[in-house]
Ligand binder design. Sequence first.
Ligand code: KIV
Ligand code: ZN
Length: 509
Amino acid sequence: MPSKIKIFDTTLRDGEQTPGVNLNIHEKLEIARQLAKLGVDVIEAGFAIASPGDFEAVKAVAENVKGITVASLCRAVEKDIDRAFEAVKNAERPRIHTFIATSDIHMKYKLKMNENEVLERAVAMVKYAKKYCEDVEFSAEDASRTRVEFLYKVVEAVIAAGATVVNIPDTVGYAAPLEYGKLIRGIKENVNGIEKIDLSVHCHNDLGLAVANTLAAMENGATQLECTINGLGERAGNAALEEIIMGINTRKDFYKIDHGIDMSQIYRTSKLVSSLTGVNVQPNKAIVGANAFAHESGIHQHGVLSEKSTYEIMTPESIGLTQNRMVLGKLSGRHAFEERLKEMGYSLPTEEVQKAFEKFKVLADKKKVVLDADIEALVGEKVSEVPEIFELEAFQISSGNKVVATSTVSLKRNEDSITEAATGDGPVDAAFNAIERAVGSSFELEAYGLRAVTEGKDALGEVTVRVSKDGKIFVGRGVSTDIIEASVKAYINAINRAISELGEDTLKN
Ligand code: KIV
Ligand code: ZN
């Protein structure tokens, strides 16, 4: 095993392939900056040829996020490789990541190519990419279901062609840990030139084994691990970065390997990704779930109070989760608020601090105790990320179990105020219908989620909505002690996002 494992984060590429996730360029940049702070070695910033938006986002990450390798994925096709290089060429360390499937099933039904044709294409495209870029990663898609002798042959040939990293994906999450470990060992032992390159793994979680497979591969010689924050990704997702790292770290007695991750940034990164993608973390998710450090049974609580190590194998502080303590009161000034934000690890531009402070003041008036989690929710609302084309001025709701819910909503657009009323199936539906009238366009509500940020009747409610327009998905968030207000803010936030991405014309339909 190497003394230090490399971490390749693909939250912005495979993670963005999570159904319903659509990040804009600002959000991708923000996540990329946080990933650099977290200490990943490589950021796969997107699939440059997929759309102009993907291209611009990869380019922006390459040009603005320094100190790491920035990769773009591309099929083993010349025009894809051209586009990938165009997007990453200004990175401090650019990488082209090209792939082609090698399993019988993919070659026969998807590519309609035989083994020789695939081998030839793989070699030719690695050589083609190499003309642009020293660092070229090759992935043998569906490697875990590939005839092993053919896999050895492909890996050896692409190394000879100049690949610096070869990735062995378990594309459909089919492998079992012992079997996958053996596959990696077999490659290490049977492929000429393997010691010259990084051997990478990329595991999907269809059978819930992505992290186990990744760690098994590392034990058997993999030197780069591909993963995503919160385990986002196609279908059941990819191996979760936070689980891999805390596994390696908590069991350093067993794995005996180093990594470059600053674990104190794990919680912040998870929160940011969850808030920008609109994909909530399940409460019982390892490491970053809300219950990951909660001890419910009396026996466990007693044990932890006497000696933490009885039931706690790692501390919440190690992932940057501070105690949920009271922060400030309503008389606290801006300076104290800013200091607390810094202690919590935020470094926000002055305008954002001011916005968060204003929201804090409003909240402190309504809520007796303001906790760190409340501050996180306020800061995470990130209204500033999207131009506030429409702003909420006021709303009024009338609803009950025997009356039709009715809502009046006033929105501000530039200097104009637009007021509309509508009915609906309940107060939220009525408010959303009134907003659509005021905006002058309809949207499809795909998903609605509500979570209490802290405990207690006066807790902040955080609403996440996912709306679709012209086949694209937009996520909106809103936070308030009043859940209807949180819903209204979330809906307006999603609509502003849609307009800023699709343009004003989108309001015509
Ligand atoms: O799952 C997979 O095989 C992939 C490759 C394209 C790396 O995402
Ligand atoms: Zn994948």
